[in-house]
Design a protein around this ligand. Structure first.
Ligand code: NAD
Length: 258
């Protein structure tokens, strides 16, 4: 078996949430470059169009769908639009997520709700909808949830985020158990610190640079460091992998600081 065939996504239809920037945009471009037709979902229509334009210029197939992951009607419209354009979604990347910087005692209830709504509730409902439609279409599929190293460790000022990502890891296991027999795999990727436009200033500051000394690989991750694990979980190369969270974190989740 050649790697190019093993990881080939031709015939697959992927839907990526939060595809307008950062990791989501990268995931969408990598899936498209390897043969998948991709539905891009996010709130910022202009930025989505730019990602779509890059994909089509590179010879890929994509549609852009404006929508908030917390809006269930928009969710239905997104799956309908993807289906109409390309057929049933067979790869879902549950990527949209939000962070916060509040210490627990200062955390407003609205902020707690915003983080849990987006990082947990939406992940469940988009996975549920994808699975329902895969089963109805009689299709095998792969659901990939984006967790974090903060799903198994904690840092100050991340209480809601860390709880939401821990829940995503457990949600991944629970869904995988119920869906495995029906041919739908559910896995998660737990990235470490990956440089994207949203955290670049912080990670490249002196404070950020000091953090790299704690990372076994000695550097922050780049968006392309997740390409391999994404393709493994999305493609038939990962056909016997389900319920797993793959850590792509330069080894940081294994070590004590010092
Ligand atoms: P990002 O802010 O660039 O990407 C998040 C995306 O989600 C954005 O496109 C944003 O618009 C979208 N989004 C947020 N709320 C939404 C909503 N309600 N509806 C639709 N879209 C919404 O950050 P990123 O670093 O690319 O993060 C992507 C995912 O990776 C997140 O789930 C994040 O928690 C996770 N993650 C990132 C890192 C990292 O170091 N970059 C590490 C671990 C986990």
């Amino acid at each position: 078996m050649k790697a190019v065939e093993l990881f080939d996504l031709s015939g697959k239809v992927a839907l990526v949430t939060g595809a307008s920037s950062g990791l989501g945009a990268r995931f969408a471009e990598v899936l498209a470059a390897n043969g998948a037709a991709v539905a891009l979902v996010a709130r910022r229509a202009e930025r989505l169009e730019a990602v779509k334009a890059r994909i089509t210029a590179a010879g890929g197939r994509a549609i852009a769908i404006e929508g908030d992951v917390n809006d269930r009607a928009a969710m239905q419209r997104a799956f309908d639009a993807a289906e109409k354009a390309f057929g049933a979604v067979t790869v879902l990347v549950n990527n949209a997520g939000v962070a916060h910087a509040h210490r627990a005692v200062e955390m407003p209830a609205t902020e707690w709700r915003r983080v849990l709504d987006t990082n947990l509730d939406a992940v469940f409902f988009w996975a549920q909808e994808a699975a329902r439609r895969m089963l109805a279409a009689g299709q095998r599929g792969s659901i990939i949830n984006i967790a974090s190293i903060l799903g198994i460790a904690v840092a100050k000022g991340t209480v809601a985020y860390a709880v939401s990502k821990a829940a995503v890891i457990q949600l991944t296991r629970a869904l995988s158990l119920e869906l495995a027999f029906r041919g739908v795999r559910v896995n998660a990727i737990a990235p470490g610190w990956i440089v994207t436009e949203i955290n670049r200033d912080y990670l490249e500051s002196d404070k950020g640079k000091a953090l790299t000394r704690q990372i076994p690989t000695g550097r922050f991750g780049e968006e392309e460091d997740l390409d391999g694990v994404l393709l493994l979980l999305a493609s038939d190369a990962g056909r016997y992998i389900t319920g797993t969270t793959v850590f792509a974190d330069g080894g940081i989740s294994n070590v004590l600081p010092g």
